[in-house]
Design a protein around this ligand. Structure first.
Ligand SMILES: Cc1cc2nc3c(=O)[nH]c(=O)nc-3n(C[C@H](O)[C@H](O)[C@H](O)COP(=O)(O)OP(=O)(O)OC[C@H]3O[C@@H](n4cnc5c(N)ncnc54)[C@H](O)[C@@H]3O)c2cc1C
Length: 496
């Protein structure tokens, strides 16, 4: 869950081969640009026939020097604004994806796949190494047929909620408005309805995927079952470009939201009680506990809980008693009852671009007193860090997430208590102190939580990342990769 600053503010306020291009021609195309100081690749030899690609697609190819280049190359996180991809192909169809992949393959050009552009390590930016970005944002159509939604892989979450919600249907996904359905769902996808409905990937019944060989495939439980398994929790960027998802929806629930906050000195008691209560609460109750310090909170770090309840509104207090009976009274409480669409819009962040560093844990064990003390020391350290807003968010798992076994999809953390996110926002400039803060926080918690991590909060510095992200599912993911990308065409870091 992201949108840290916005959240705080709101909380307090209440297959066939498709398309093919030959490698060489002399059609008078512009030469490739000179490499930037940070980028050198075989693709900078001046022999890439970009014009051929441009003429072979319905979408738009944007290259350095084109008026739109400095707009389309940007990711959501300004820390990557210095990334300069070789080109950005904004695809208009599945065929464009296949054409782009085959072109890249024929010209030995790396590709970066992009949906919402929120990749924490900036892997969808195509900057290092310089790559051809395949941007699927134009594929953002959302169609609803009864209870079944077909969602283009480029749709932002806000658009999906709008199209589904206004027809009285719902899915569970994340809260940030501009996160892409593709990146989020391929890594699992947690959000305010996760305990009530499951992960975003649990609602997927079918995907259209273009694999490294340029083949357009349909992945379901019966067709390409290994690919279908791997794309539900294995993360994006390694197996192919998904072009659309078919998702089961449910009747849109009424959502009761509650925001609670306490003075920071209550933190030890609240953490202890929350970790016992939140993952085992009624499935219809989800909550996140956040402790955030930094310049935004000059007095003391904030201690906030956001809860989402989809049962009868009158029963919310009874549900919260499992927590509130064990902690001091909150100093602030603010409740809202809304329809699904209205609630999801309220949870969504402002969409403003803000530099962010982040990493993660997945929590399998409740903290003992020493663990809680270490956690709170790290939160306090944010006060003198010079960062805008920094700290930790713990998002409850359990509920419907645990109805599936760890091996049922590639998302292995079915038995965990919570996903944990360490975040730091920072003013324009070097990310170093923000990276140091979040990674130092994670390192301090390693003795307590081990090395588990969530692939959607990818961190290139996590050691033994295969085990951290995928546990016992890593071996099967490696086999699926060998089946669908035997030559290692996709070069995104932290592959399997
Ligand atoms: C502000 C913010 C809020 C967030 N909130 C949540 C949340 O509530 N819940 C949650 O679970 N996560 C959340 N995340 C994490 C988010 O799920 C991941 O960062 C996710 O990978 C972003 O997906 P994207 O499509 O926006 O990003 P992108 O950068 O476009 O893609 C992310 C990854 O997926 C790959 N990819 C993109 N499109 C495709 C495609 N069509 N086919 C195959 N691979 C593809 C990319 O190559 C990249 O590796 C949040 C992140 C941020 C920054």
């Amino acid at each position: 869950m992201g949108g840290v600053t916005g959240w705080t503010r709101r909380a307090v306020l209440g297959a066939g081969a498709v398309g093919a291009l030959s490698a060489c021609s002399s059609d008078g195309d512009r030469p490739s640009p000179s490499p930037t100081p940070s980028g050198s690749s075989p693709t900078t030899s001046g022999k890439i026939r970009w014009g051929r690609l441009e003429r072979s697609v319905r979408g738009t190819l944007t290259r350095p020097g084109d008026p739109a280049y400095d707009q389309v190359r940007l990711l959501q996180n300004p820390r990557y604004d210095g990334e300069h991809p070789l080109a950005v192909l904004s695809v208009a169809s599945e065929q464009d994806v296949a054409t782009g992949l085959i072109f890249a393959r024929d010209h030995d050009v790396p590709v970066a796949l992009r949906s919402g552009g929120h990749s924490y390590p900036g892997w969808s930016g195509g900057g290092s190494p310089r790559a051809l970005v395949l941007d699927c944002r134009p594929l953002d159509q959302v169609q609803l047929d009864g209870a079944t939604a077909t969602v283009g892989a480029g749709a932002a979450l806000a658009h999906v909620y709008e199209e589904i919600g206004r027809r009285g249907r719902a899915i569970a996904a994340g809260s940030c408005a501009t996160v892409g359905i593709a990146g989020l769902t391929l890594g699992g996808g947690v959000g305010v309805l996760t305990r009530a409905l499951g992960l975003a990937c649990d609602a997927v019944t079918s995907m259209r995927v273009v694999t490294a060989d340029g083949k357009l495939r349909t992945a379901t439980a019966d067709e390409e079952p290994d690919l279908f398994w791997a794309l539900r929790g294995g993360g994006g960027g390694h197996l192919g470009m998904v072009t659309s998802f078919v998702l089961d929806t449910v009747a849109a629930p009424t959502i009761s939201s509650t925001f609670l906050s306490w003075p920071f000195p209550a933190a030890a008691q609240v953490v202890e009680a929350w970790q016992q209560w939140a993952p085992t609460a009624d499935d219809r109750l989800w909550s996140t506990l956040k402790m955030l310090g930094g310049a935004t909170h000059p007095g003391e770090p904030t201690l906030l809980l956001s809860g989402t309840w989809t049962g009868p509104t009158a029963e919310l207090d009874g549900q919260l008693a499992g927590l509130l009976d064990h902690v001091p009274s909150p100093s602030v409480r603010s409740d809202h009852v809304r329809g699904y669409l209205e609630a999801m819009q309220a949870y969504a962040g402002s969409g403003e671009r803000e530099s962010l560093a982040a990493t993660s844990h997945v929590m399998y064990d409740a903290l003992d007193d020493d663990g809680i003390a270490d956690l709170l020391d790290q939160v306090r350290a944010a006060q003198s860090s010079g960062l805008k807003e920094a700290g930790i968010s713990m998002d409850a798992l359990g509920g419907k997430v645990a109805d599936l076994a760890p091996a049922d999809t590639a998302f292995v953390h079915r038995r965990a208590l919570a996903t944990v996110q360490y975040t730091a926002t920072f003013p324009p400039g070097s990310p170093r102190s923000a990276d140091d803060y979040v990674r130092g926080f994670r390192a301090a918690m390693l003795p307590h939580w081990g090395n588990h991590a969530y692939v959607n909060y990818a961190d290139p510095t996590i050691e033994d990342y295969l085990t951290a992200y995928f546990g016992a599912n890593a071996d099967r993911l490696t086999r699926v990769r060998g089946q669908y990308d035997p030559d290692g065409f996709f070069t995104q870091p932290q592959g399997f």
